[in-house]
Design a binder for this molecule. Structure first.
Ligand SMILES: *Cc1c(COP(=O)(O)O)cnc(C)c1O
Length: 246
């Protein structure tokens, strides 16, 4: 779907390209965008978003060397990844969807990174569960850069206070910020806002950019890009409900 206000999508692999070609194409776009911005391409991690995708496609991605993956539902990730993670201990699994407090236990046990810390109750639950399990995933705070009422995330103005509460009240180490810009808006201003908030807070990680705009996100400072469709092809589920789905 094209929208007048959106930047041109990055070069996409042909629809019938094999998985090795797709990963090489996307990685090439990232590297080119990073160099164009005077950044080190190695500072940008490609998070391959495998939500809804069947295990055979994930195995194909593992076979071409991809090790960092994103899922948006805890139960689905547990079903797909428990065995795969035992087989590939160097996999780094990111939760990029909303986390309910009753799933915190499973999420802390399974994920290496949780990108969607978005409310005090969740911060509190993560801190408690981290103590119980003696491990905590790397944590990113989700920011609602578009201040959309229906969307998760901390409003930009509240980010400094929320980060202080995570640190001082809950003893949590926050590694960075993540955002999903409003689907119908030009993403550049949202990417700039997120990168600026992270810089001001002294946080190293900035998670932004999806299949339609990850090259722009890299130029604007992303350290994690979350790319699904450009790597794996269209998902079986309706394409546009995905980012907000719980
Ligand atoms: C699904 C999803 C993505 C990947 O979207 P594509 O457009 O398929 O690249 C990225 N981020 C989040 C939070 C998602 O839910």
């Amino acid at each position: 779907m094209t929208r007048a206000s959106k930047p041109p999508a990055p070069p996409a692999p042909p629809a019938d390209a094999d998985i090795a070609t797709r990963f090489a194409t996307v990685r090439g776009v990232i590297d080119t965008a990073a160099r164009a911005a005077g950044r080190d391409p190695a500072a940008v991690t490609l998070v391959a978003v495998s939500k809804v995708q069947p295990v055979e496609k994930i195995r194909a991605a593992l076979a071409v060397g991809q090790r960092v993956f994103g899922e948006n539902r805890v139960q689905e990730a547990k079903a797909k990844w428990t065995e795969l993670k035992a087989e590939y201990p160097d996999v780094e699994l990111h939760l990029i969807g909303p986390l309910q407090t009753n799933k915190v236990k499973d999420a802390v046990a399974l994920f290496d990174v949780i990108q969607t810390v978005d409310r005090p109750r969740l911060a509190e639950a993560l801190a408690a569960e981290g103590k119980r399990q003696g491990r905590l995933p790397r944590l990113l705070v989700e920011v609602n850069t578009g201040e959309e009422p229906q969307k998760a995330g901390i409003p930009p103005a509240d980010v400094p206070d929320f980060l202080a509460a995570c640190r001082d009240t809950h003893g949590l180490d926050i590694a960075g910020l993540m955002a999903i810009p409003p689907a119908e808006e030009e993403p550049a201003m949202h990417f700039a806002l997120l990168a600026d908030l992270a810089r001001k807070a002294g946080l190293a990680q900035v998670s932004m950019g999806m299949s339609g705009d990850y090259d722009l996100a890299v130029r604007m400072g992303a350290t994690y890009v979350r790319v699904g469709t450009a790597l794996f092809g269209e998902r079986a589920a309706p394409a546009h409900d995905a980012p907000e789905a719980g």
